[in-house]
Design a protein around this ligand. Sequence first.
Ligand SMILES: *Cc1c(COP(=O)(O)O)cnc(C)c1O
Length: 608
Amino acid sequence: MKIKVCGMKYQDNIEQVAALQPDYLGFIFYDKTPRHFDTEIPEISNDIKKTGVFVNEDLNTVIQKINEFNLQAVQLHGEEAPFYCNMLRTTTLLKKPIEVIKVFSVMDGFNFKVLNEYEDVCDYYLFDTKGKLPGGNGYAFDWSLLNDYPSTKPFFLSGGIGIDQINDIKKFKESEVSKYCYALDVNSKFELEPGLKNVGVLREFINKLSNNKEMQKYNVDERGYYGDFGGAFIPEMLYPNVEELRENYLKVMAEPKFKKEFDQLLKDYVGRPSPLYFAKRLSEKYNTKIYLKREDLNHTGAHKINNTIGQILMAKRLGKNRIIAETGAGQHGVATATVCALMGLECIVYMGEIDIARQAPNVARMKMLGAKVIPALSGSRTLKDATNEAIRDWINNPVNTHYIIGSAIGPHPYPDMVTRFQSVISEEIKWQLKEHEGRENPDYVAACIGGGSNAAGTYYHFLHEEDVKIIAVEAAGLGVDSGESAATSVLGKEGIIHGCKTLLMQTADGQITEPYSISAGLDYPGVGPMHAHLAKTGRAEFMSITDDEAMKAGLELCELEGIIPAIETSHALAIFKQKQFKPNDVIVMSLSGRGDKDLQNYIDYFKI
Ligand SMILES: *Cc1c(COP(=O)(O)O)cnc(C)c1O
């Protein structure tokens, strides 16, 4: 089925939606709707039919608009008579022939006999819901009414179609009448405000509709699995909390009000969009084209804030006023404490006693931001013990508390929810790269992987683009075979950690092995389930980088580009010494964070 996106209004938004390559874009020339089109149509692909929507408009005006805006189709929303339609098809005043789409409103019933007179004077019918104003009413009609469709003329199906209807649409496609359904017409269900379309949700809708198994194979399925990995392995007492989140997260994220608030905070508070920077000197050195996605310029210095902003808004929407988190190096703790201060919510951060001693500056930050830092005193007194404490807290406070997980890990729906919040990274890369290179897709996307949230966000909109190769960079510590490593894709086996089935470094009898990396953010014994799947299917190429290689690459970026990267990010930067790229290859790398927090480490390492 073809796709028509109707009610376009704003230039930038028209260009962004056009990039999704719908078959029709609709512009409403009717001034009684807030989606009234009153500017210029920017240059868009000729394969997208520009459609003018009119309501009982004077014929001469319609003809004039068709010529002025180079429209390829008109959609007639009023009581236009058959002769009126016929005039448009036969007039010699048009520069090019035009497709005529005649709209009929179908509410509780419809007498299909009215179609008879229109059979020979239009190209398509469009069945919409009856509403106060034409276009964008947001209500669906009962599609089973179409089972009585007496014609063979192809039609557009319209009226309140949104992403929640994917399954209904799939069911509809199995019906007899669907073979005449030529296109789906979408509008208000994909809006942030009248006339402003939500490009991310539209993209997802179009991908899902393509009904192509290929298109879905790297996304999470309904059960929360990426291939063999994922799921929700949780104590029974946590079930209600996780289930509440699972039931609500997609619905909440699709709410225009939610999306608007999220986008606004990303813009005004975080400072997005983060630049996509062409690293000229670095590119010259490695004789290829390297772009850096500057997540280091976000407020708090890394990508983590994208996720904590999303989750704090989710928590508020679900009526939670108490936030808990666990942290290892303190970065996620700081990002969580930050958004709790922003929203005025109580914040409790669990942290291993050893980590508290090692990461004093971040502990101080969290305290300044008003968080309570509770030491985990059991076990090795590091991250996994802090996680255990946080889970215990959540079990004890199921009603008023939300647990903010900081990476693309945990029980379903966390990996998917975190990935979606971070996917703003690849959404921006697409249009930014188009500005730089004239194309949305690079040849490679690359990112370092701890749990895998900056990587998941960087890959998300490229997962199903076959021409984009994916590189995942893990910390090899002192060397993959040294016994001091965090290279999970090489050393890990299937196991369960923090509520999901994934690749995990473990002993022969299944005890989790203590990982090691110079970088606190990559020092994790597992990877998120999406990445386990990308590794197993070969969709992503995994590379291992040692402490030494990373530190040198970090220093090199300082010297060549004047950017001090986080040590996590330095691992990704080290791939250029291991892998040869072609001069014309475009590589987009996530610069996940800034190096301020790592200065002492760099100083000690290089004896600066
Ligand atoms: C936390 C962190 C990482 C690792 O976390 P992911 O979830 O794998 O992205 C990477 N880079 C920086 C700068 C970090 O703070």
